[in-house]
Write a protein that binds this ligand. Structure first.
Ligand SMILES: O=C(O)c1ccccc1N[C@@H]1O[C@H](COP(=O)(O)O)[C@@H](O)[C@H]1O
Length: 213
């Protein structure tokens, strides 16, 4: 299958994983700045890793309800191309972050059932992209990176007002089906290309991208 689906590999922590994502053909790599995540990096660690990212591959910083102090540190140290806001940020906060840092913002929205779909429209005219993820299973769970899918039929045939990306429980085995069902132009994966939480498997990264080609 020939495909132009753009891929983001998130939660990279080593130069080897960055190289595997770039060589496989990923369009984006994600650095997680959420301390509770097994994939968390400090701004200094992300700065060191960013040197290994070839030009043409966008570096995305993932944050969860981050305050300006953390964002200021990241902005000072890490040459990012996009911010992914994966918490309960409001449209007002998204607009504020976008203006303050001068970077495109991708807002993550968690979906569990049809009632959540209206949230997707709340960020039109504010965010640059929408990331559609599964809603976390419980209040204490990580807000993402749980390897959980939602019912993709909920967004099949949807008309989108913004560029968007599908996430949540994607793997080399199911990503082609997810794209066929939803028409997703872009996909994001973290735990589906890992051998353990926070440990990327280089062959799974390649298999994930190959599954769309
Ligand atoms: O990856 C994380 O640790 C993470 C932490 C906090 C918020 C989001 C996180 N990851 C994002 O979650 C989705 C789905 O991940 P998975 O493929 O189901 O593991 C994805 O967008 C990641 O960028």
């Amino acid at each position: 299958m020939q495909s132009t689906v753009r891929v983001k590999i998130c939660g990279l922590r080593t130069p080897e994983a960055v190289a595997a994502a770039a060589e496989a053909g990923a369009s984006y790599v994600g650095f997680v700045f959420f301390p509770r995540s097994p994939r968390a990096l400090t701004p200094d660690e992300a700065r060191a890793l960013s040197v290994d990212v070839p030009s043409g591959v966008a570096k995305v910083g993932l944050l969860v309800d981050a305050d300006d102090a953390l964002l200021d540190d990241i902005d000072r140290l890490v040459p990012l191309d996009m911010l992914q806001l994966h918490g309960s940020e409001t449209p007002e906060r998204v607009a504020e972050v976008r203006t303050r840092y001068g970077l495109p913002v991708m807002k993550a929205i968690g979906i569990a059932d049809a009632a959540d779909l209206s949230l997707l429209d709340d960020f039109a005219g504010v965010a640059d992209q929408i990331l559609v993820d599964a809603k976390p299973p419980t209040a204490g769970a990580l807000p993402g990176g749980n390897g959980l899918s939602f019912d993709w039929r909920l967004i099949a045939n949807r008309r989108w007002s913004l560029p968007w990306m599908l996430a949540g429980g994607l793997t080399p085995s199911n990503v082609a089906e997810a794209v066929a069902l939803t028409g997703a132009p872009q996909v994001d994966v973290s735990s589906g290309v890992e051998s353990a939480p926070g440990v990327k498997d280089l062959s799974l990264i390649k298999a994930f991208v190959d599954a769309l080609r």
